[in-house]
Design a protein around this ligand. Structure first.
Ligand code: GTP
Ligand code: MG
Length: 368
């Protein structure tokens, strides 16, 4: 599966196999039509013939595209929840309050690290929270076709009401087909008007269930920790309705939530595992990078050996810093992972070159 024969490559490029063999002979390779070529050679040959690397890469990309899971292999998984809302409406405070309510006393090290994703436990059930910095990350992920969020918690401050970014968040969620649970926050404030928020939200098709609609709205205070348990309960109820499932017993596949270059540790990426189980030592391909999982830790900075569906983990061992929204695929074969990453790099470079040559053409026209 890691090679393609001369004949197959020629067929795929729509050239005569003899032409291909002639080129190879010029390079000192005496081959027949059934001679297997490794992916790098195939890619270089394809490029020589002016063909897109895509045609060759397809076989390998198919490896990354996992076959659909058999229904009996699916198991319940935690919901992945993204908190959205207008600036200063209390998104971070709410997440902090929820997490603190769940932090196990005397936890090892006591060091909490920000990895952009957290998992919280309630009555033995887990909920994963994504702390996406602003809507851009969410949009970027969606543009890349990454569907990471099951439920959106829309935070609206009861003393401020629906604001531009509230509207944006509603539009994003609707476009992505993600159900919204509204958290009307800051109800401890004397000037809070939760009913006015509910009224405003009806204009966006969000009608509170206590007003006969079908949107769950919970009045909370992150500051005073009011009704946080109820909010968590509502999230789990919504998750039950959605019957969220994944197959934990296969190679992991997930999405990059955020990534950075750490001075000491190199590229560090927060991966939200979505299918399968990621294990220490796994090889992987992420966008144009490959690597091996050398260390993993959870949002509390604790080392973990594996991470199942809906679990966010910080991963060390990648060859470069991926982009948020990049798909992460664990692989058994190191060579394969490297090859896919290499092919993607070649493809990316070609696309950049194409962009530049187009730019210079434009410049040329401008001068004339
Ligand atoms: P950005 O990340 O900047 O978009 O803001 P945010 O939505 O994360 O809001 P943040 O949690 O930073 O809170 C903004 C301000 O509101 C802070 O001063 C909080 O202390 C305050 N605040 C948040 N929740 C509550 C609440 O329930 N009651 C009151 N009274 N103040 C709150
Ligand atoms: Mg914040």
């Amino acid at each position: 599966s890691e090679s393609i024969t001369v004949g197959e490559l020629a067929k795929r490029m729509g050239v005569k196999a003899t032409d291909l063999i002639r080129v190879l002979m010029k390079q000192g390779m005496m081959v027949t039509i059934n001679h297997p070529l490794d992916v790098d050679t195939a890619a270089i040959l394809a490029a020589d013939f002016g063909y897109e690397i895509e045609n060759v890469a397809i076989d390998l990309e198919e490896i990354v595209e996992a076959a659909p899971d058999a229904p009996e292999s699916l198991e319940e998984r935690p919901p992945v929840v993204t908190i959205m809302g207008h600036v200063d409406h209390g998104k971070t405070s709410l997440l902090d309050a929820i997490r603190e309510a769940n932090v196990i006393a005397g936890e090892a090290g006591g060091i909490t690290q920000h990895i952009g994703a957290y998992d919280v436990e309630r009555n033995g059930r887990k909920i994963t929270f994504l702390d996406t910095p602003g809507h851009e990350a969410f949009t970027a992920m969606r543009a890349r076709g990454a569907k990471v969020t099951d439920i959106v918690i829309l935070v609206v401050a009861a003393d401020d009401g629906v604001m531009p970014q509230t509207r944006e968040a509603i539009n994003h969620s609707k476009a992505a087909g993600v159900p919204i649970i509204v958290a009307i926050n800051k109800i401890d404030k004397p000037d809070s008007k939760p009913d006015r928020v509910k009224q405003e939200l009806t204009e966006f098709g969000l009608q509170s269930s206590d007003w006969g609609g079908d949107t769950t709205m919970v009045e909370v205070s992150a500051k005073k920790r009011l009704n946080l348990e109820e909010l968590l309960e509502m999230i789990l109820l919504q998750a039950d309705v959605m019957e969220l499932k994944a197959n934990p017993n296969k190679q992991a596949k997930g999405t990059i939530v955020e990534a950075k270059l750490d001075k000491g540790r190199g590229p560090v990426a927060t991966v939200l595992v979505q299918e399968g189980t990621l294990k220490l030592g796994d090889y992987c391909v992420v966008g144009v990078h490959s690597g091996r999982v050398r260390a993993m830790q959870n949002d509390r900075g604790e080392k973990v050996l594996e991470a199942g569906p809906a679990m966010p983990v910080e991963v060390i061992g990648l060859s470069g810093v991926p982009d948020a929204g990049d798909v992460f695929v664990a692989m058994k074969d190191e060579k394969q992972a490297k090859e896919i990453a290499t092919l993607r790099q070649i493809k990316q470079r070609e696309m950049e070159l194409a962009k530049h040559s187009k730019l210079s053409l434009d410049d040329l026209y401008k001068k004339i």
